[in-house]
Design a protein around this ligand. Sequence first.
Ligand SMILES: [Zn+2]
Length: 691
Amino acid sequence: MDRNEAKQAIKERISCTLYLIKSKNGLYCCPFCGSGTGRNGTGALKLYDTNTWTCHSCKKSGDVIDLYQKINGVDYAEALKELAESAGVEIDPYRQGSPQRTRKAPQNGNRSADRGKPADSPKSPQRAAGGAEDTANDYSQYYMECAERIEDPAAVSYLKARGINLDTAIACGIGYDPAWISPTTRRNQRAKGKDWLPEPTARIIIPTTESHYIARAISPDVKQYAKMNEGKPGIFNAGAVYDDKYESVFVTEGAFDALSIIEAGAAAVALNSTSNVKLFLKQLEAKPTRAALILCLDNDDQGKKATAELKQGLADLGIDYATADICGEYKDPNEALTGDWEKFFAAVGDAAQAAKRKPDNMRDYIDNWLYSDISALETAKDIKTGFEELDEKSGGLNPGFYVIAAISSLGKTTLAAQIADNLAAAGHDVLFFSLEMSRLEILTKSFARILAQEDPESKITSLALRKGFYKDKLKAAAELYKEKGIADHLSVIEGNFNCTITFIRTYIYDHIRRNNVRPIVFIDYLQIMQPTDEMKGRGAREVIDSNVTELKRISRDYGITVFAVSSVNRANYLTPIDFESLKESGAIEFTADVVWGLQLQCLTQNPIFEAQNKIKEKRETIKAAKAETPRKIELVCLKNRYGVATFSCDFNYYPATDLFVGADKEGFYKSYGADPTTGILKDDAEITAEI
Ligand SMILES: [Zn+2]
């Protein structure tokens, strides 16, 4: 095959869905602009039967090759080569093939063919302008000619201003006539033996039946007869109610209302005239639909009357229907689309979902969610922090939102970074969003840690490594770091003012799509995350709460583990850590799935802290504990949605080398009430009670 033939074969054989994630409203997330990955999950990328797509948000469109390039970060030639391989196609480099045509041109042919129209019928030039005057009742040929002109810039910009993408127009058979004169007028004039004809006007041609179409003037200067019905009004897109792809279909009055809903990823028909209610019911009586109908007629007297009539008729026919308000404060669906497309898309998605006959049907689940749920579970199993005691007590990590909270100088970032290293070394992809420390700092801290673990005698601080005094050690540490597999699996993303929750979500999404792997994510730390544009100017607590909620949502949407490091109010440093200490970020207590607090062991183990006062002694004790090496740190589990919630683990923290060491076996057994030398449990019942 030459390149063009190969391209065609790829487009026919490889579905775009392989490289797309469904969004909540039933469209797809856009890998180019990230629509669908935001707060509302409102995707804007629409896939067409022709295996091409358009994003309503960033206006990009393309085919599977474009998607593949973006997601895998390869150029066109590579994408073509790799896709050809998957499609089982061999590209012959010596065959040049016919000159490349533009993207749209060959697809038009396909689309016409898809719609059951002969793509290669000869054109009849005398009909090109003004409509099909010779065959009064059959405009099929005229529609095809108009459809071929739909890419005219004048037509495209008219549609664009109304929020309708070219691909949607093409899929619906919409056409363009630059010099339209009503064929009815022509016929009438001819019958009267008169020559005068009105000035031709440029029109968008919306076919409904072969003998009726709507001609909409594109120039705002056409005030009279701007929207003309040619022929007896038919129902626009009436066949949609029989399309198995859709379990619900919207019923509207105007064709642009229906087009707007189609743009939003749902199916819609337009009655074009309230007097067509009877016609529509007759159609449904002759051929019932399996879809539930969502009635969205205009909110005026005629619309209300027609809705009532429809409801009665549908009830008589035993067809499910619902009504939905998808326009909000806007007058009609097209205004809602152009006014706030995101809100409109979400409303359409919600209404379609709500009207489904069986919204929780297992077929729907199998087709849309099963595989992503399984892969999330697969990735999730056997995820360990690498700290034996912690893993044993917590049962390992689950997909969910984790918070590690502590006051400063207890090593919360170090613990998070060390867990990240352990996970990466175990082969898990880790994204570490470091909003405070540079990559170099994070890396040299890992180096100091690795060197201390390898040989405690020759330990060295990260600062000394950064200053370049010990190039040999730096090199040795770098080798170890790569050998352990950390380098390949850990990404450290330095935060800047762009590092909002939206940025983080998009980054995670891209990582999943490019690598087909769900990463474990760390945010260091919560209090310095930037507000999104819409949260700018709000209070600090409100910003944190919104970020916390969104991080939780990210963990749930992608089925991944997300850790956030959180600082704690210093006022509480004389008492053991609890939710009271986290109250500055109120959402944590309720939103996080797991909360781990770090504190000095003396807070729970030194009796002085049971006393009511003795503030001075308490301060002295804490000061001394902070000066100790190693620092004796206790990790307290404050909340655990996945199991035992009240455990704690002791750690020795060596700040100089950024190293946490889990408590020894002795400590571990002690905390379980077991014999510290043998590890034998005294009494199962007691342990159960204790944990
Ligand atoms: Zn986009």
